[in-house]
Design a protein around this ligand. Structure first.
Ligand code: GLU
Length: 321
């Protein structure tokens, strides 16, 4: 049995998750198939697109301009003139981007990635507007210009590279599974024929159906992972499967849950930026390169994830020029 407090916490989380406008995938890009269309169906596995190196981004173009002095005509100058950087992210991903119940501010590792870009443009990390978007709106929000950049536990992959640019990789995650503490399952392979929840529009949803067991696990889509936690606590699904980063945050909110198994995918995180703004992608990569080298990345890791052990080396940048 789960406690009333745990259920109340989950219900509050569900409200947060939906208040931000997470909804159905109503914005597929023209001409692009949606990878995660069905609400509950165990859709045919989406083939992996291996036509690129998703880790390779655009090389920085020389030294960074001084904050407040963005080059005329650049997209950074457009942001500077507006007076704030618009960051798209979620508000229910504990440690990466979640609303602090005491301050009301959305904060975490991903938010700090955005704040460091604002710092580089303005000399002030607070010159940032956070727009909460659904997981299934990350590509479309960049594509239609409603945000300047998305930092949201977002895997850089070739399918997404067709519509947006990614920064160099700033975090290495991998998919695992969350189950009830009394579950005998030891990995996703033990969940054949069982309902497993993931957020609509996430790579996690697609990966569940690619597991090489038959019958395959039944993937169940919800708007966000907070909604998956509620479904799990109501026994509507047997498990949740997504990045280990996200599962750690969910497990921290449910004393009856545990995370199992090895990582069964690689989920390298990049920040998504519009294809039209190659200069901004190069700028972001220059900021990331500087922050890897000067210890800022390590300090950010320690601030949000230090409870789970020493900071690893930051992911090395790869470029495609
Ligand atoms: N990182 C994966 C993705 O970008 C899964 C988790 C998430 O939705 O952030 O789809």
């Amino acid at each position: 049995m789960r406690t009333r407090a745990a259920l109340a916490a989950a219900a509050a989380l569900a409200v947060l998750a939906t208040a931000g406008g997470c909804g159905g995938d109503s914005s597929p890009l023209p001409g692009r198939p949606t990878a995660s269309a069905g609400p509950t169906a165990n859709a045919t596995a989406v083939p992996v697109d291996n036509t690129c190196n998703p880790r390779a981004s655009l090389r920085p173009a020389g030294a960074l301009p001084a904050p407040g002095r963005m080059p005329a005509g650049s997209y950074m100058a457009t942001i500077q003139k507006r007076g704030r950087l618009v960051l798209g992210t979620s508000q229910d991903t504990l440690l990466f981007s979640s609303r602090n119940p005491f301050t009301g501010r959305v904060e975490g590792f991903d938010v700090d990635m955005g704040r460091q870009i604002a710092q580089a443009i303005f000399g002030d990390p607070d010159k940032i507007q956070i727009k909460v978007i659904g997981y299934d709106k990350r590509v479309s929000s960049v594509y239609d210009g409603s945000v300047d950049i998305v930092a949201d536990t977002m895997t850089a992959n070739c399918a997404r590279w067709k519509d947006v640019n990614f920064s160099s990789i700033y975090y290495e995650a991998g998919q695992k599974v969350l189950v009830s503490k009394d579950s005998k399952a030891t990995s996703i392979n033990d969940l054949g024929g069982r309902k497993v929840c993931a957020a609509k529009g996430s790579t996690s949803y697609d990966n569940i159906t690619k597991v090489p067991v038959r019958p395959a696990p039944i993937s169940v889509a919800r708007a966000g992972f907070g909604d998956c936690l509620v479904a799990f606590q109501r026994n509507e699904v047997e498990a949740i499967s997504t990045d280990d980063t996200i599962l750690v945050g969910l497990a921290a909110q449910d004393p009856y849950a545990k995370v199992i198994g090895p990582r069964f995918t690689d989920e390298p995180y990049g920040m998504a930026i519009a294809k039209d703004h190659a200069d901004f992608t190069r700028f972001v990569n220059a900021v990331l390169a500087r922050n890897r080298a000067n210890g800022t990345w390590k300090a950010t890791y320690e601030r949000w994830l230090g409870d789970f052990g020493a900071a690893p080396k930051p992911p090395a940048a790869e470029y495609r020029d």
